[in-house]
Design a protein around this ligand. Structure first.
Ligand SMILES: O=C(COP(=O)(O)O)N(O)CCCOP(=O)(O)O
Ligand SMILES: [Zn+2]
Length: 306
Protein backbone atom coordinates (compact mmCIF):
# COMPACT_ATOMS: atom_id res chain seq x y z
CA UNK A 1 0.00 0.00 0.00
CA UNK A 2 0.94 3.71 -0.24
CA UNK A 3 2.50 4.88 3.06
CA UNK A 4 4.10 8.01 4.53
CA UNK A 5 7.89 8.33 4.22
CA UNK A 6 8.88 8.93 7.86
CA UNK A 7 7.77 5.54 9.21
CA UNK A 8 9.67 3.68 6.46
CA UNK A 9 12.94 5.57 6.90
CA UNK A 10 12.94 5.74 10.72
CA UNK A 11 12.73 1.92 10.74
CA UNK A 12 15.53 1.67 8.16
CA UNK A 13 17.92 3.89 10.09
CA UNK A 14 17.05 2.13 13.35
CA UNK A 15 17.62 -1.33 11.89
CA UNK A 16 20.68 -0.48 9.79
CA UNK A 17 19.52 -0.87 6.19
CA UNK A 18 18.62 1.60 3.43
CA UNK A 19 15.59 2.05 1.16
CA UNK A 20 16.26 2.85 -2.51
CA UNK A 21 14.39 5.83 -3.96
CA UNK A 22 13.98 5.21 -7.69
CA UNK A 23 13.01 7.94 -10.13
CA UNK A 24 10.13 7.14 -12.46
CA UNK A 25 9.03 8.88 -15.66
CA UNK A 26 6.62 6.31 -17.13
CA UNK A 27 4.63 3.09 -16.83
CA UNK A 28 7.46 0.65 -17.51
CA UNK A 29 9.85 2.03 -14.91
CA UNK A 30 7.05 2.04 -12.33
CA UNK A 31 6.14 -1.55 -13.18
CA UNK A 32 9.74 -2.71 -12.87
CA UNK A 33 10.15 -1.05 -9.46
CA UNK A 34 6.95 -2.48 -7.98
CA UNK A 35 7.31 -5.99 -9.42
CA UNK A 36 10.79 -6.37 -7.92
CA UNK A 37 9.85 -4.74 -4.59
CA UNK A 38 6.95 -7.19 -4.28
CA UNK A 39 9.11 -10.15 -5.33
CA UNK A 40 11.81 -9.29 -2.76
CA UNK A 41 9.37 -8.13 -0.03
CA UNK A 42 11.14 -4.77 0.16
CA UNK A 43 9.81 -1.31 1.05
CA UNK A 44 10.49 1.25 -1.67
CA UNK A 45 10.36 4.97 -2.54
CA UNK A 46 9.21 5.96 -6.02
CA UNK A 47 10.20 9.54 -6.75
CA UNK A 48 9.11 12.11 -9.32
CA UNK A 49 11.58 14.86 -10.23
CA UNK A 50 10.89 18.22 -11.85
CA UNK A 51 12.07 16.75 -15.14
CA UNK A 52 9.61 13.86 -14.80
CA UNK A 53 6.82 16.29 -13.94
CA UNK A 54 7.51 18.18 -17.18
CA UNK A 55 7.84 14.97 -19.21
CA UNK A 56 4.86 12.95 -17.98
CA UNK A 57 2.73 15.27 -15.81
CA UNK A 58 2.74 15.12 -12.02
CA UNK A 59 -0.87 13.99 -11.65
CA UNK A 60 -0.47 11.31 -14.31
CA UNK A 61 2.52 9.80 -12.54
CA UNK A 62 0.94 10.25 -9.10
CA UNK A 63 -2.26 8.47 -10.17
CA UNK A 64 -0.28 5.66 -11.79
CA UNK A 65 1.88 5.09 -8.70
CA UNK A 66 -1.01 5.44 -6.21
CA UNK A 67 -3.15 2.95 -8.10
CA UNK A 68 -0.37 0.41 -8.58
CA UNK A 69 0.86 0.82 -4.98
CA UNK A 70 -2.66 0.03 -3.72
CA UNK A 71 -2.34 -3.40 -5.34
CA UNK A 72 0.99 -4.52 -3.82
CA UNK A 73 1.68 -5.83 -0.32
CA UNK A 74 4.94 -3.93 0.30
CA UNK A 75 4.98 -0.33 1.64
CA UNK A 76 5.42 2.21 -1.17
CA UNK A 77 6.23 5.91 -0.66
CA UNK A 78 5.40 8.42 -3.42
CA UNK A 79 8.08 11.13 -3.14
CA UNK A 80 8.64 14.50 -4.80
CA UNK A 81 12.33 14.68 -5.72
CA UNK A 82 14.07 18.10 -5.71
CA UNK A 83 10.92 20.14 -5.15
CA UNK A 84 12.03 23.52 -6.50
CA UNK A 85 9.66 25.78 -4.61
CA UNK A 86 6.62 25.94 -2.34
CA UNK A 87 4.19 25.91 -5.28
CA UNK A 88 5.55 22.66 -6.66
CA UNK A 89 5.38 21.07 -3.23
CA UNK A 90 1.74 22.16 -2.85
CA UNK A 91 0.96 20.66 -6.28
CA UNK A 92 2.48 17.38 -5.08
CA UNK A 93 0.52 17.46 -1.81
CA UNK A 94 -2.69 17.99 -3.78
CA UNK A 95 -1.75 15.07 -6.05
CA UNK A 96 -1.44 12.73 -3.05
CA UNK A 97 2.33 12.46 -2.58
CA UNK A 98 3.26 10.91 0.78
CA UNK A 99 6.73 12.50 0.97
CA UNK A 100 8.13 15.73 -0.47
CA UNK A 101 11.60 17.23 -0.84
CA UNK A 102 12.07 21.00 -0.80
CA UNK A 103 15.50 21.61 -2.28
CA UNK A 104 16.53 25.15 -1.32
CA UNK A 105 20.16 24.10 -0.82
CA UNK A 106 21.36 26.51 -3.52
CA UNK A 107 19.98 29.47 -1.53
CA UNK A 108 21.76 31.11 1.40
CA UNK A 109 21.22 29.17 4.65
CA UNK A 110 18.67 31.56 6.14
CA UNK A 111 16.53 31.33 3.00
CA UNK A 112 16.90 27.52 2.95
CA UNK A 113 15.64 27.44 6.56
CA UNK A 114 12.73 29.79 5.80
CA UNK A 115 11.59 27.92 2.67
CA UNK A 116 11.95 24.56 4.39
CA UNK A 117 10.01 25.59 7.51
CA UNK A 118 7.13 26.75 5.32
CA UNK A 119 7.00 23.39 3.54
CA UNK A 120 7.25 21.46 6.83
CA UNK A 121 4.26 23.37 8.23
CA UNK A 122 2.11 22.65 5.16
CA UNK A 123 3.18 19.03 4.66
CA UNK A 124 2.94 18.06 8.34
CA UNK A 125 -0.54 19.63 8.48
CA UNK A 126 -1.64 16.88 6.06
CA UNK A 127 0.57 14.11 7.49
CA UNK A 128 3.20 14.10 4.74
CA UNK A 129 6.94 13.73 5.46
CA UNK A 130 9.57 16.26 4.40
CA UNK A 131 13.13 15.92 3.04
CA UNK A 132 15.41 18.95 2.75
CA UNK A 133 19.04 19.35 1.65
CA UNK A 134 22.05 21.02 3.20
CA UNK A 135 25.23 21.22 1.16
CA UNK A 136 25.54 20.86 -2.60
CA UNK A 137 26.47 17.98 -4.86
CA UNK A 138 28.75 18.58 -7.84
CA UNK A 139 27.71 16.98 -11.09
CA UNK A 140 25.57 17.75 -14.05
CA UNK A 141 22.17 16.26 -14.68
CA UNK A 142 19.33 17.87 -16.66
CA UNK A 143 17.67 20.27 -14.26
CA UNK A 144 20.07 19.60 -11.39
CA UNK A 145 23.27 21.48 -12.22
CA UNK A 146 25.91 22.78 -9.81
CA UNK A 147 29.36 23.68 -11.11
CA UNK A 148 32.33 22.14 -9.34
CA UNK A 149 33.29 25.44 -7.68
CA UNK A 150 29.93 25.96 -5.99
CA UNK A 151 29.71 22.41 -4.76
CA UNK A 152 30.37 22.16 -1.05
CA UNK A 153 30.07 19.37 1.43
CA UNK A 154 27.66 19.37 4.38
CA UNK A 155 28.96 20.86 7.63
CA UNK A 156 28.00 18.56 10.57
CA UNK A 157 27.43 21.39 13.06
CA UNK A 158 25.31 23.33 10.56
CA UNK A 159 23.34 20.15 9.84
CA UNK A 160 22.44 19.79 13.51
CA UNK A 161 21.21 23.40 13.63
CA UNK A 162 19.35 23.09 10.31
CA UNK A 163 17.41 20.04 11.53
CA UNK A 164 16.52 21.73 14.83
CA UNK A 165 15.35 24.93 13.10
CA UNK A 166 13.30 23.30 10.34
CA UNK A 167 11.59 20.23 11.84
CA UNK A 168 12.21 18.08 8.76
CA UNK A 169 11.88 14.29 8.78
CA UNK A 170 15.03 13.34 6.85
CA UNK A 171 18.09 15.24 5.61
CA UNK A 172 19.88 15.03 2.24
CA UNK A 173 23.62 15.65 2.64
CA UNK A 174 26.64 16.18 0.38
CA UNK A 175 29.60 13.92 1.21
CA UNK A 176 31.14 13.50 -2.26
CA UNK A 177 28.43 12.07 -4.52
CA UNK A 178 27.09 13.88 -7.56
CA UNK A 179 24.17 13.54 -9.99
CA UNK A 180 24.53 11.91 -13.38
CA UNK A 181 26.77 9.28 -14.98
CA UNK A 182 30.08 11.19 -14.77
CA UNK A 183 30.93 11.34 -11.09
CA UNK A 184 34.65 11.97 -11.48
CA UNK A 185 37.77 10.53 -13.10
CA UNK A 186 38.40 7.38 -10.99
CA UNK A 187 36.63 6.34 -7.80
CA UNK A 188 34.63 9.28 -6.35
CA UNK A 189 35.93 10.18 -2.90
CA UNK A 190 33.20 9.71 -0.25
CA UNK A 191 33.90 11.53 3.02
CA UNK A 192 32.88 8.80 5.51
CA UNK A 193 34.35 10.62 8.49
CA UNK A 194 32.19 13.66 7.72
CA UNK A 195 29.15 11.33 7.44
CA UNK A 196 29.95 9.76 10.82
CA UNK A 197 30.19 13.21 12.40
CA UNK A 198 26.84 14.25 10.84
CA UNK A 199 25.19 10.98 11.98
CA UNK A 200 26.51 11.53 15.53
CA UNK A 201 24.70 14.89 15.68
CA UNK A 202 21.62 14.15 13.54
CA UNK A 203 19.46 11.18 14.57
CA UNK A 204 17.09 11.56 11.58
CA UNK A 205 17.41 9.25 8.55
CA UNK A 206 20.04 10.66 6.16
CA UNK A 207 19.60 10.76 2.39
CA UNK A 208 22.23 10.16 -0.30
CA UNK A 209 21.67 11.77 -3.71
CA UNK A 210 23.78 10.99 -6.75
CA UNK A 211 24.33 7.41 -5.61
CA UNK A 212 24.14 5.46 -8.90
CA UNK A 213 26.95 2.97 -9.34
CA UNK A 214 27.20 2.61 -13.16
CA UNK A 215 27.67 -1.19 -12.77
CA UNK A 216 30.47 -2.68 -14.94
CA UNK A 217 28.20 -5.32 -16.55
CA UNK A 218 25.76 -2.60 -17.63
CA UNK A 219 28.50 -0.32 -18.99
CA UNK A 220 30.14 -3.16 -20.95
CA UNK A 221 26.87 -4.16 -22.58
CA UNK A 222 26.06 -0.55 -23.42
CA UNK A 223 29.48 -0.06 -25.04
CA UNK A 224 28.84 -3.21 -27.10
CA UNK A 225 25.72 -1.58 -28.55
CA UNK A 226 27.75 1.50 -29.55
CA UNK A 227 26.59 3.68 -26.67
CA UNK A 228 29.20 6.35 -25.92
CA UNK A 229 29.49 5.94 -22.16
CA UNK A 230 33.23 5.23 -21.83
CA UNK A 231 33.81 7.97 -19.22
CA UNK A 232 30.78 7.00 -17.12
CA UNK A 233 31.66 6.24 -13.49
CA UNK A 234 29.55 5.77 -10.36
CA UNK A 235 29.73 5.33 -6.62
CA UNK A 236 31.41 2.07 -5.58
CA UNK A 237 29.31 -0.58 -3.80
CA UNK A 238 31.70 -0.59 -0.81
CA UNK A 239 31.05 3.12 -0.26
CA UNK A 240 27.30 2.49 -0.26
CA UNK A 241 27.69 -0.45 2.14
CA UNK A 242 29.88 1.66 4.43
CA UNK A 243 27.48 4.64 4.43
CA UNK A 244 24.41 2.66 5.52
CA UNK A 245 25.55 1.77 9.09
CA UNK A 246 26.56 5.45 9.37
CA UNK A 247 23.00 6.75 9.05
CA UNK A 248 22.19 6.75 5.33
CA UNK A 249 18.62 5.34 5.08
CA UNK A 250 17.34 6.62 1.69
CA UNK A 251 19.47 6.28 -1.43
CA UNK A 252 18.48 7.98 -4.72
CA UNK A 253 18.95 6.02 -7.95
CA UNK A 254 18.09 7.46 -11.36
CA UNK A 255 21.12 7.19 -13.66
CA UNK A 256 21.44 3.40 -13.31
CA UNK A 257 17.78 3.05 -14.33
CA UNK A 258 18.34 5.34 -17.35
CA UNK A 259 21.35 3.23 -18.41
CA UNK A 260 19.40 -0.02 -17.99
CA UNK A 261 16.40 1.22 -20.00
CA UNK A 262 18.72 2.53 -22.71
CA UNK A 263 20.59 -0.78 -22.91
CA UNK A 264 17.39 -2.73 -23.60
CA UNK A 265 16.19 -0.25 -26.19
CA UNK A 266 19.55 -0.09 -27.97
CA UNK A 267 19.96 -3.88 -28.03
CA UNK A 268 16.62 -4.27 -29.81
CA UNK A 269 16.83 -1.22 -32.08
CA UNK A 270 20.48 -1.77 -33.08
CA UNK A 271 20.22 -5.60 -33.07
CA UNK A 272 16.86 -6.01 -34.84
CA UNK A 273 16.47 -3.17 -37.37
CA UNK A 274 13.17 -4.74 -38.46
CA UNK A 275 11.58 -4.53 -34.98
CA UNK A 276 9.09 -1.66 -34.53
CA UNK A 277 6.79 -2.90 -31.79
CA UNK A 278 7.34 -0.55 -28.80
CA UNK A 279 6.33 -3.38 -26.46
CA UNK A 280 9.33 -5.40 -27.67
CA UNK A 281 11.65 -2.38 -27.60
CA UNK A 282 10.71 -0.73 -24.29
CA UNK A 283 9.89 -4.16 -22.85
CA UNK A 284 13.54 -5.19 -23.21
CA UNK A 285 14.49 -2.06 -21.28
CA UNK A 286 12.08 -3.09 -18.54
CA UNK A 287 13.80 -6.44 -18.20
CA UNK A 288 17.19 -4.79 -17.60
CA UNK A 289 15.56 -2.31 -15.22
CA UNK A 290 14.37 -5.21 -13.07
CA UNK A 291 17.89 -6.64 -12.95
CA UNK A 292 19.37 -3.33 -11.76
CA UNK A 293 16.56 -2.79 -9.24
CA UNK A 294 17.10 -6.30 -7.82
CA UNK A 295 20.81 -5.51 -7.32
CA UNK A 296 20.01 -2.27 -5.49
CA UNK A 297 17.68 -3.94 -2.98
CA UNK A 298 20.36 -6.56 -2.32
CA UNK A 299 23.15 -3.97 -1.98
CA UNK A 300 21.10 -1.88 0.50
CA UNK A 301 19.90 -4.95 2.47
CA UNK A 302 16.26 -3.94 1.95
CA UNK A 303 15.23 -7.49 0.95
CA UNK A 304 12.64 -9.00 3.29
CA UNK A 305 12.24 -5.81 5.34
CA UNK A 306 8.62 -5.10 4.29
O1 LIG B 1 19.99 11.82 -6.75
C1 LIG B 1 19.41 11.65 -7.82
C2 LIG B 1 19.95 10.72 -8.88
O2 LIG B 1 21.30 10.40 -8.68
P1 LIG B 1 22.03 9.51 -9.81
O3 LIG B 1 22.18 10.38 -11.01
O4 LIG B 1 23.38 9.11 -9.21
O5 LIG B 1 21.18 8.30 -10.09
N1 LIG B 1 18.23 12.29 -8.10
O6 LIG B 1 17.68 13.09 -7.16
C3 LIG B 1 17.58 12.24 -9.41
C4 LIG B 1 17.52 13.63 -10.03
C5 LIG B 1 16.91 13.57 -11.43
O7 LIG B 1 16.53 14.88 -11.84
P2 LIG B 1 15.98 15.10 -13.34
O8 LIG B 1 14.98 13.99 -13.61
O9 LIG B 1 15.35 16.45 -13.34
O10 LIG B 1 17.18 14.97 -14.23
ZN1 LIG C 1 19.16 14.34 -6.32
Amino acid sequence: PLVVGKEVLDKARREGYAVPSFNTNNLEITQAILEVAEELKAPVFIQVSDGARKYAGMENLANLVKDMASRVRVPVVLHLDHGADFAMVMQALRAGFTSVMIDASHHPLEENVRETRKVVEAAHAVGVSVEAELGRLQGIEDNVQVSEAEAFLTDPEEAERFVAETGIDYLAIAIGTSHGAYKGKGRPYIDHRRLQEIARRVSLPLVLHGASGVPAWLKEKLLATGAEVKEATGIHDEDIQKAIPNGIAKINIDTDLRLAMTLGIREVVVGNPREFDPRKIIGKGRDYLKQVIREKFQLMRTVGRA
